[in-house]
Design a protein around this ligand. Structure first.
Ligand SMILES: [Zn+2]
Length: 654
């Protein structure tokens, strides 16, 4: 890419904006801020009052515009803070006010952000008009989150650097395209095909290289990382990384890219950004404790954070000269997204489901495809793609959970539920809270392990992403189930293990490390106790062995007095239960229903018919990928090409 051509696009956008704005706006700088355009003005009030004009320009140049004030006209900080506190009603409960000198933003952290914003943004406008600082409102979660605090502090501290990064990303996105090129689209399967773990897909066009997910397989030492050694993958030419959701098998390898010189953007939703930081930091910590090697450091994790550009569901964003990205709710975990890539001007549309749940849960609304205008290629997961992967109805699963817990408590036992910190943990918390509140579950303390606690805190920072009725409870009835009295943050393990019945929610969900392993070791020999698996157990993990009914399990135990590890045989006398139905993944029926609704060519949904040309199956054990692929092919009677590729295969889509 030559510099002049990139500057060409930039000057065109700049000229267009200047042409439309009245001289009284006193624009001083126009520059890219990632995919957006920032306009610095000495008279921001004129632009606020002429809001329609800004919208018109944005439409014309097909870019989002951020209005910023020139440093010269910003009011003194002390005075600004005073004015904000006068304008914003005290019920908003402002906790902090920070200033970002680089961007001219005043960051207002409040318990009730809605009251800071005001009706139709009226209070925010008033703040700009009176102070010439641009207010950014952030929620102070009702459960304090260390991660969110850390992330926000880091972003504030490195604002100058971030501004430069965003400017460079913007220039790269808006480089000129050589239109005479042949048009093609292909993908390269770098990880997560015919397996669960290390998800990574490279999308290539003559103009762009985009990575969809970049995960690790925590359960494997030989197949832990995606094939970034594939000849097609070139870090230097990578334009963008898109993360569907925060789980490590989709985002765990992101910092590695930065360690080796990647300098481009990570696109994900706002909750994904916070959860991803939590899981990445924990990944490093757990590995360090276990003496395992992690190919990156906390420094690289921080780099990933300042390169992340969060997007809302439904927001269409240019990420390269020929690719537009839009996220849609995937219903899997907080902030999880179905990724829609629009390539060229109507050339090809790829939809990548990531992990998705095509049914409502207590925590989230079901996956939503209805905002997607077109799909030619569908890349979908198949975790539960086999014929016997049909989950029981939710109420049955809940009833079984309540039964097992009540029986265990009555005989004086403890219940261990190994959970993924993000997703299943909160879903199970909501079930426990509801049944205890209704008096159907015996009241005992529910200990929430530190990591789960932190993840739950992050959930309380994003109530607008939660299921409708849960949101309704939080916003309109003023009741937040996550703050219920039954939940206690697990701090003192000895105290928890005292001879009293209780419920323990701890990570990891597959007993591959973390406190759940330690709880298991201590609780397994007592027949009064129960372990309940509520999520998928990957082959080869301790969780899978226990689930399969192993009665004696050799485990490595660290003897602290002798300072050595020894192998201990653990007798599993506790009751072992697997309760399906709480999964954040679609089961076989839901997967097929999803495909059916997207491809049906008759019936009520006729108006929303996609001309899908290809379905590519990923994210499942080989047998499940194959089974789902074969079933879909049969159902569609060869109308659509179905592929079940291996890692390292590449497929031309257009
Ligand atoms: Zn996931």
């Amino acid at each position: 890419m030559s510099k002049e051509r990139s500057n060409d696009v930039y000057s065109n956008i700049k000229d267009e904006i200047l042409k439309c704005l009245p001289p009284v706006a006193q624009v001083t700088v126009i520059e890219f801020e990632g995919p957006e355009v920032a306009v610095y003005s000495r008279n921001p009030s004129i632009l606020i009052e002429g809001e329609d004009l800004l919208k018109e320009i944005a439409k014309k140049i097909k870019k989002r515009i951020v209005l910023r004030s020139d440093p010269k006209v910003r009011m003194e900080k002390e005075k600004t803070e005073q004015i904000i506190r006068e304008i914003v009603p005290p019920e908003a409960e402002i906790e902090h006010i920070y200033f970002d000198d680089v961007l001219g933003e005043v960051i207002i952290e409040a318990k009730k952000p809605g009251l800071v914003i005001g009706k139709g943004g009226s209070t925010l406008k008033e703040i700009i008009l009176k102070t010439s600082w641009r207010p950014t409102v952030m929620r102070s979660p009702p459960i304090e989150s260390k991660i969110i605090k850390q992330n926000r502090a880091l972003l504030r501290a490195r604002s100058e650097e971030r501004k430069m990064i965003l400017r460079n990303i913007g220039l790269r996105i808006h480089r000129a395209v050589i239109s005479s090129k042949d048009e093609w689209v292909r993908i390269v399967c770098l990880g997560g095909f015919r397996e669960v773990g290390r998800s990574a897909i490279l999308v290539q066009t003559p103009e762009s290289n985009i990575l969809l997910d970049c995960g690790v397989n925590v359960g494997s030492s030989t197949r832990a990382f995606p094939h970034l050694d594939a000849p097609e993958f070139d870090l230097e030419n990578l334009d963008a990384v898109i993360i569907s959701h925060a789980h490590l098998d989709h985002a765990g390898f992101v910092p590695f890219l930065f360690k080796y010189g990647y300098n481009g953007p990570i696109y994900c939703t706002r909750p994904t950004r916070e959860l991803m930081m939590l899981l990445l930091r924990d990944y490093i910590e757990v590995a360090r404790k276990e003496g395992k090697l992690v190919p990156f450091t906390l420094k690289d994790v921080a780099k990933a954070l300042i390169h992340t550009i969060p997007l809302e569901y439904g927001e269409v964003t240019d990420i390269t000269p020929d690719v537009r990205l839009t996220f849609h709710n995937a219903g899997h975990i907080l902030g999880s997204a179905i990724v829609h890539l629009h390539i060229g001007e109507g050339l090809h549309n790829i939809v990548y489901t990531g992990d998705f749940k095509y049914a409502k849960t207590k925590l989230l609304e079901p996956a939503n495809w209805r905002g997607i205008p077109r799909i030619e290629t569908l890349i979908m997961e198949s975790t539960y793609g086999a014929p016997d992967d049909v989950m029981p109805p939710r109420y049955e699963a809940e009833k079984r959970l309540v039964d097992v817990i009540n029986r265990t408590i009555r005989r004086g036992g403890k219940v261990l539920i190994p959970v993924l910190a993000v997703g299943r943990a909160q879903e199970i918390m909501l079930v426990i809270e509801e049944y205890m509140r209704k008096g159907e579950l015996l009241e005992v303390p529910v200990y929430i392990d530190g990591m789960v606690w932190e993840a739950t805190a992050i959930h309380t920072a994003f109530p607008e992403y939660l299921a409708r009725d849960l949101r309704e409870k939080i916003f309109h009835q003023g009741y937040n189930p996550f703050l219920a009295d039954c939940f206690t943050q697990a701090k003192d393990r000895d105290e928890i293990l005292e001879d009293k019945p209780c419920i323990i929610l701890a990570t990891s969900g597959m007993l591959t490390g973390g406190p759940s392993v330690e709880y298991f070791r201590l609780l397994a020999p007592d027949p009064r106790n129960s372990i309940i698996f509520v999520s998928y157990q990957v082959e080869g993990t301790l969780g899978r062995r226990v689930q399969k009914g192993w009665q004696e399990i050799p485990m490595q135990v660290i003897d602290e007095t002798l300072r050595e590890t020894r192998t201990e045989i653990i007798k599993v006398n506790m009751e072992v239960h697997t309760i399906e139905g709480f999964s954040g993944h679609s089961d076989r029926q839901q997967l097929l229903k999803f495909v059916d609704e997207l491809t049906r060519n008759s019936g009520r949904n006729k108006e929303r018919r996609y001309h899908i040309e290809k379905i590519i199956i990923c994210h499942g054990e080989s047998s499940k990928c194959l089974s789902l692929g074969a079933t879909i092919e049969k159902k569609l009677r060869g109308r659509i090409d179905v592929a079940v590729p291996h890692n390292l295969e590449s497929i031309r889509l257009h």
